[in-house]
Design a protein around this ligand. Structure first.
Ligand SMILES: C[S@@+](CC[C@H](N)C(=O)[O-])C[C@H]1O[C@@H](n2cnc3c(N)ncnc32)[C@H](O)[C@@H]1O
Length: 611
């Protein structure tokens, strides 16, 4: 099946099948065409579909080419008119011929469509189309992390962003058209640029020198602040790898260029499929020398006392969570289908697109396709790490899922507390729910292992400058522990006016936030229970929005702890950490993706690190 038929199939899946464009494509195991290519074609065609519909209808393409279905026509005309290399089929292929023989009409209709929109050039039209397509998300800047493993901010200001106008308030980025840039004041090496700028086409992006990463997603690694004296670092839940590569960049930045970096970032990812993405990202970001990845490895089953981890001073925990909370099911982009047999000059732009869709050979009925159609109802939907959505039908069900997830999250933290040389931990999620955020932090600090080993909250005034100054903090009512815990937490949400946004930019969510916990520099203190000298760790929760910002969804929470000291540490005899994820979660409370990670793979065995 050709790229075009496969993409048409993806776009024709009924709305009831759920999922978003990304999950429909990347979760599809039987695609013959490269997933990335299908995704790009589908997304770009949706983006241009309003213009292309007009072109196709006015050129009467479907009247002349009766074998073409509306979706196929859109895809082919998209590539014919807008793709650099045209239609990706041999010149003699029937589908290609069916479009190219209408070259004159199609190109002149595109020119007319452009002029109707008062766009002076195709590039100007492209910008208009992009802003329109981004809709609500166009109100937010696009955050770009300068990957210091490969480049520097100065180099990028002189190359990729050479023609950009610098603004000094983040709110001015999204408002201004064209090329505008803001250098972030909280996170080093982070810039915000105009959302309509096609950064993904820039060589620096393609080479991994620039990484698309929402500001809030940069909080955990920055807050963790791993320094040379902290030794090795663990990213416990690593895929797709935004935070792993950020950690690697920070670690490397603290070693002189001429010197070898002796620290290692250990990255665990339980899901083998997602681990492949992690591997690609680590490689692309130039983090391979510093990072050791263990594919399909459950962090909870890693022995903290293993010799390999004796120097691990910092851990970043960014576990699976309930995702973006309550969101609208608007995850599929809209596609505007041309009508068949539309008489010239009479296009009815507001007709529901699917009404005229006819069944075609090899192309399924699109009458129920998510794309074009009616606004989706707002529902309570939990979104997992893969973007899979689960509708929650009752408050009780939601409560049960959150409870199960929060126990898993707490178990990760408790497990991290056991690493003998650990000084700091950050904890983050992309959940909107206090149950997974402040409440996890509050509970875990009261756990036996936390008290025995002296972990404590990292207070706001002890945090790195950028996050100390970040004004959006935890919610006191959700913090049980009161004002201090809330203030130590960092939150970010898309309505905070600071340019951050949820992972998926879904409508209807609004309130999403997540806390982050981290500890500060540990000091030897007297343990309040035993009176013994102890390493002091602190945890501070922070709330943030999350990362995978492209089609973003959800928020994230991070928590971290740190300890430092030269005191003797007692061997813990408590069994808090022997929490068995599988048993304790039961069957109802966690995401598909968590389950998938367990299936078929032997999780108990240490799979070793790949270089
Ligand atoms: C929220 S995502 C992490 C995102 C990542 N930190 C980033 O910034 O790119 C959570 C990941 O943790 C993985 N995961 C969940 N439980 C795990 C466990 N027990 N051990 C290792 N990985 C786990 C999931 O498969 C998922 O890929």
């Amino acid at each position: 099946m050709s790229l075009y038929h496969e993409t048409a199939d993806v776009l024709s899946v009924p709305a009831s099948a759920g999922g978003n464009l990304r999950t429909r494509i990347f979760g599809k195991k039987d695609l013959k065409s490269p997933q990335q290519q299908v995704y790009a074609l589908a997304l770009e065609t949706c983006k241009w579909s309003l213009v292309l519909r007009e072109v196709i209808e006015n050129a009467e393409l479907l009247r002349h080419e009766r074998k073409l279905s509306p979706i196929l026509a859109l895809l082919l005309v998209h590539d014919f008119l807008l793709a650099k290399k045209g239609i990706a089929l041999p010149a003699s292929h029937g589908l290609r011929i069916s479009i190219e023989r209408h070259k004159a009409r199609l190109t002149s209709e595109l020119t007319r469509a452009r002029l109707r929109r008062k766009a002076g050039s195709i590039d100007a039209l492209r910008e208009q189309v992009t802003v329109e397509f981004l809709g609500e998300t166009a109100q937010y800047p696009r955050w770009v992390r300068v990957n210091t493993l490969k480049t520097t901010l100065d180099d990028q200001l002189e190359s990729t962003f050479k023609d950009f106008t610098r603004v000094f308030e983040v709110k001015d980025v999204a408002r201004a058209p064209g090329k505008v840039l803001y250098i972030d004041g909280h996170i080093p090496n982070l810039v915000a640029i105009s959302p309509s700028f096609e950064i993904t086409k820039m060589p620096a992006y393609i080479s991994g020198a620039l990484i698309l990463q929402d500001k809030a997603s940069c909080f955990p690694a920055y807050l963790l602040d791993p320094r040379a004296e902290d030794g090795d670092v663990i990213d416990s839940c690593a895929a797709p790898g935004n935070k792993t590569t950020h950690l690697a960049a920070i670690v490397r930045s603290r070693v002189a260029e001429t010197e070898q970096c002796t620290q290692t970032v250990y990255a665990f990812e339980k899901d083998k499929h997602r681990a492949r993405t992690l591997e690609k990202m680590v490689k692309l970001a130039g983090a391979k020398d510093i990072t050791k990845m263990s594919f399909g490895q459950d962090f909870l089953k890693v022995d903290p006392n293993a010799d390999m981890f004796r120097n691990v001073g910092c851990l970043l925990l960014d576990p699976s969570c309930s995702g973006s909370g309550i969101v609208g099911r608007d995850s599929m982009p809209t596609i505007h289908l041309p009508q068949q047999e539309q008489p010239r000059g009479t296009s009815k732009k507001s007709l529901p697109d699917t009404t005229t869709n006819r069944k075609r050979k090899r192309e399924p009925d699109t009458s129920n396709a998510t794309p074009t159609t009616t606004p989706q109802q707002q529902q309570q939907v939990l979104v997992d790490d893969d973007g899979q959505e689960t509708t929650v039908s009752s408050e009780e069900e939601l409560k049960a899922r959150l409870e199960a997830l929060s126990y898993f999250q707490q178990s990760l933290l408790e497990h991290a507390f056991h690493f003998p040389a650990a000084r700091r931990i950050t904890y983050s999620t992309c959940s909107v729910h206090a149950e997974e955020n402040e409440q996890v932090v509050f509970r875990v600090l009261k756990s036996f292992v936390a008290r025995m080993r002296g972990w404590r909250l990292l207070k706001r005034e002890e945090q790195v400058r950028g996050l100390r100054e970040w004004p959006v903090r935890g919610v006191p009512e959700a913090s049980e522990g009161g004002g201090e815990l809330a203030d130590a937490c960092i939150r970010a949400h898309k309505d905070d006016g600071r340019g951050v946004m949820g992972r998926r930019g879904r409508g209807g969510g609004g309130e999403g936030e997540g806390p982050w916990v981290r500890d500060e520099e540990g000091r030897i203190v007297r343990d309040s229970i035993t009176g013994m000298p102890r390493l002091k760790r602190r945890i501070s929760p922070v709330k943030i929005d999350d990362p995978d910002q492209e089609l973003g969804d959800g928020r994230s929470i991070t928590a971290g702890v740190e300890r430092r000291g030269d005191g003797e540490e007692e061997e813990d005899s408590d069994s808090d950490s022997d929490f068995d994820f599988d048993d304790s979660m039961g069957g109802s409370g966690f995401t598909e993706e968590d389950r998938e990670g367990e299936e078929g793979e032997e999780q108990d065995e240490w799979s070793g690190f790949g270089d």
